[in-house]
Design a protein around this ligand. Structure first.
Ligand SMILES: Cc1ncc(COP(=O)(O)O)c(C=O)c1O
Length: 284
């Protein structure tokens, strides 16, 4: 079966799905996106993803392509047409199509909306989580508003490529000696007291929806969470480190730049958090 995508009002096979060459997403990365999951036929963390979508649109003065109820209907239809029960849904909104000009197009230019879905398995990251992953450090060369989830991801792609070439899973992005986040996930450490430490929200990280839910899980488990910057050195000396994202959930990090973290095996705190997170996702 060919995969089906939603493109500006139509459901089309992915092989036939096209966007205009003067789409501002294509020419200026003038677009935003969300990636979320459907678990056992139910949206997971959708409120958070839609709230962040609205925030991204607002911050960029971009029109919403449709309201939440309509978006949910289209997402559901894309998932249904692809015959998926567990899915990874990708949703992208751009400022639309207009003759190339840096300034915004005339008011009323319709935004472009693309939604795709592909198979997702709740347990797909389990093997990686069992073994733990290695990461490299990489300079954070991104712009000053990475809290907006834009499709301008070239620095992130370069960091992920560097990680991949080094045989690592992710890159811890470092600005002024501090780890901000990763190329497509948020970065965490566990301190000597067993508390979780992660960079505070602001303009220098993307406020991950999984980060938010992981904080709620930690509260449930009565694990303290401290939102403060931490250095790369501190991360390398930490008893545990891990990363979070909608696709990797909570994934333990067992080496940074070849330096073993803790025992070099996934630590107990990250394991407990991953279990709690997965249980929540399964409950929906
Ligand atoms: C740069 C960056 N940070 C963090 C995240 C994690 O966000 P979420 O938990 O909403 O998937 C992502 C996800 O794509 C990301 O691209």
């Amino acid at each position: 079966m060919s995969r089906i995508a939603y493109v500006n009002g139509q459901y089309v096979p992915v092989s036939k799905a096209m966007v205009h060459i003067e789409d501002r997403g294509y020419q200026f990365a003038d677009g935003i996106y969300e990636v979320c999951t459907v678990v056992n036929g139910r949206y997971w963390d959708m409120e958070g993803h839609l709230a962040r979508l609205d925030r991204s649109l607002r911050e960029l003065q971009m029109d919403a392509p449709m309201d939440h109820a309509a978006l949910r209907v289209v997402m559901k239809e894309v998932v249904r047409r692809n015959r998926l029960k567990n899915a990874l849904v990708y949703m992208q909104v751009t400022r639309g199509v207009a003759p190339r000009n840096h300034a915004f197009p005339p008011e009323g230019t319709p935004p472009s909306l693309v939604i795709t879905a592909r198979r997702f398995n709740l347990n797909r990251g389990d093997a990686l989580a069992e073994s733990g992953v290695s990461v490299i450090s990489h300079p954070d060369i991104r712009w000053g508003r990475v809290d907006i989830k834009t499709v301008g991801l070239l620095p992130n792609a370069l960091a992920k490529q560097a990680a991949s070439e080094a045989g690592a899973y992710e890159a811890f992005l470092v600005r002024d000696g501090y780890v901000t986040e990763c190329s497509s996930s948020n970065a965490w450490i566990v301190d000597e007291s067993g508390a979780l430490v992660t960079h505070p929200k602001g303009n220098t990280i993307l406020g991950g929806i999984t980060r938010q839910t992981a904080i709620a899980c930690a509260e449930e488990l009565q694990i303290k969470v401290i939102e403060r910057p931490f250095t790369l050195e501190e991360a390398k000396a930490a008893p545990e480190a891990f990363l979070t994202s909608a696709t990797s959930f909570v994934t333990p990090v067992t080496a940074i730049d070849g330096v073993r973290i803790g025992s070099g095996k996934p630590g107990p705190v990250a394991r407990r958090l991953r279990e709690a997170y997965k249980a929540r996702a399964a409950r929906g």
